[in-house]
Design a protein around this ligand. Structure first.
Ligand code: SF4
Length: 493
């Protein structure tokens, strides 16, 4: 009996786990199965098609009013992606699909594979003014360290998730949770992350971040100084002073260049903070989830007493945050103390204008990986030539058909916005590593010249006619990978 079972076992060599898979079962990653004694990639091979209606218009991408069964539509421009292509890791043999097709009179070839990436990470941009945690703080998922807080950019907090150290350098659980977190983020699913000495944030590509249970609505319009510059004219005549409260740069209208330009006089307001340049103050408060990304709930707490030589009773003061989410209107009393008053409609309209100018707060997820020597060997016998061909703009790199940014410097390190990729583009193996589609497209002649595996080239028709494939509609926001203008030789077309 055991002999029979042994005889029905297949060894999967698609990753270093080397699963032994019994008939009818799948391996540890659920990507490969033993189907009737044959090792089979379970998911369909995804092809991207620019489907056209009879009148030549594109069927809208992800149209909700018209379901599409994912069948291949003949005669529509077709591009084979790496999604579901399987892999040849480590690449001692040619990539799974090396597909030739004529496009616009040029013989092109696309080398298609599913890369297995231990050397990869995810950069997350979270549009929020709220304080998520100190720079370099550990980011956790399920209690395990999966990344860190990196720089804070304009209106956004950046997180770095994954990377080889979390995947391989910690405990087994850390590696697994890091891989799970990256996989979910890249497949556009929601993930809850906690930041040491900071916030808990729910992140999902293309969705608003949820910080400590509150859905973030707006991205700031700019720092406090920029906000003054943008709206100074609209405040002119309505108030004597405006303070734009901000964690990084708090602005003071009367002292700011924009206020001076308009001839606004000194109001006697004194900001408690470190003055950088005229009308621009740093460190007015600690970072937090209050006004303008600070920890304050009472904006007056950042003001020292008004200068009695300048300030006058009855002077009007607007305090506002960089998203317009917080705002207060005050009038100086006889003792030159600001007293909150009902905000006049004209002033409220300026606050509304700030809100209107804030873009929707979103989470963006960008996958970054290095296509290493092994993966490149699946493309050519002389892997460095592929790198050179990419740098020379003779070979286009795409991921699931989506455009990528290739970093300068050595190797083929690329980044891709996961929202531009088809759904469920990513997989994982328990080594742990992420599996991501990657395609290299070039002229057939260029492929021959870089030492490509010419014996393994097949025609497109042979591939799209196989059973295990599924079409997805091309996202018209993505450039079609075969367009001549993507390549150095088609520069002027
Ligand atoms: S985990 Fe690796 S060896 Fe096992 S089935 Fe998946 S790809 Fe194959």
């Amino acid at each position: 009996m055991s002999d029979v079972v042994e005889a029905g076992i297949i060894n999967c060599d698609a990753c270093p786990v080397l699963c032994r898979i019994r008939e009818g079962r799948s391996g540890a990653c659920d990507r490969y199965a033993n189907t009737g004694g044959t090792l089979t990639r379970v998911d369909p091979l995804v092809v991207v098609q620019a489907i056209k209606e009879k009148d030549g218009k594109l069927i809208p991408f992800l149209s909700t009013d018209r379901e599409w069964d994912g069948a291949v539509v003949s005669n529509s421009p077709t591009f084979i992606t790496g999604i579901g292509a399987s892999t040849t890791y480590p690449d001692y043999k040619p990539a799974p699909f090396i597909v030739a097709a004529e496009h616009d009179g040029v013989d092109m070839v696309t080398v298609v594979t599913e890369g297995i990436f231990s050397y990869c990470g995810v950069k997350v941009k979270i549009d929020t003014d709220r304080f998520l945690g100190p720079e370099q703080s550990t980011v956790r998922a399920g209690g395990e360290a999966v990344g860190h807080v990196t720089t804070s950019e304009y209106g956004s907090q950046m997180l770095s998730i994954g990377g080889v150290h979390h995947l391989t350098g910690g405990s087994k659980k850390e590696g697994k949770l890091t891989c799970d977190t990256m996989l979910a983020l890249c497949n556009k699913q929601a993930v809850e992350l906690t930041i040491d000495n900071g916030a808990t944030v729910v992140v999902q590509a293309g969705q608003a971040p949820i910080v400590n249970g509150t859905v973030e609505e707006r991205m700031r319009v700019g720092c406090g100084s920029a906000t003054i510059g943008m709206f100074a004219k609209q405040w002119f005549g309505l108030v004597e002073e405006v303070v734009v409260v901000d964690d990084h740069i708090t602005g003071l209208l009367s002292e700011h260049k924009a206020g001076r330009y308009l001839g606004i006089e000194d109001s006697g307001a004194v900001i408690r903070g470190r003055r950088s340049t005229l009308g621009r103050y740093f460190q007015v408060a600690e970072p937090g989830t209050g006004w303008g990304g600070t920890n304050i709930t009472d904006p007056l707490s950042i003001l020292d007493p008004f200068n009695p030589k300048v300030a006058k009773p009855g002077h009007r003061l607007l305090m506002v945050s960089t998203t317009g989410e917080h705002a207060g209107y005050y009038v100086l009393d006889q003792d030159l103390k600001p007293v909150e008053a009902e905000m006049p409609a004209a002033v409220a309209a300026t606050v509304e204008r700030i809100r209107e100018n804030c873009e929707a707060a979103l989470c963006s997820v960008v996958f970054i990986a290095g296509a290493g020597g092994s993966l490149r060997a699946g493309v050519t016998e002389n892997p460095v030539k592929l790198t050179r061909s990419v740098k020379d703009s003779l070979t286009l790199v795409t991921s699931g058909g989506a455009p990528v940014y290739v970093w300068p410097g050595g190797g083929i390190t690329y980044m891709v916005d996961v929202l531009r990729m088809p759904d469920h583009s990513f997989g994982a193996v328990p080594t742990p590593a992420l599996v991501a589609p990657i395609e290299f497209t070039m002229r057939l002649d260029d492929y021959r010249a870089l030492g490509g595996h010419m014996d393994a080239v097949v025609r497109l028709e042979q591939v799209i006619n196989q059973d295990r494939r599924k079409s997805v509609q091309w996202d018209p926001d993505n450039p079609w990978p075969m367009l001549k203008r993507n390549y150095k030789w088609g520069d002027d077309t």
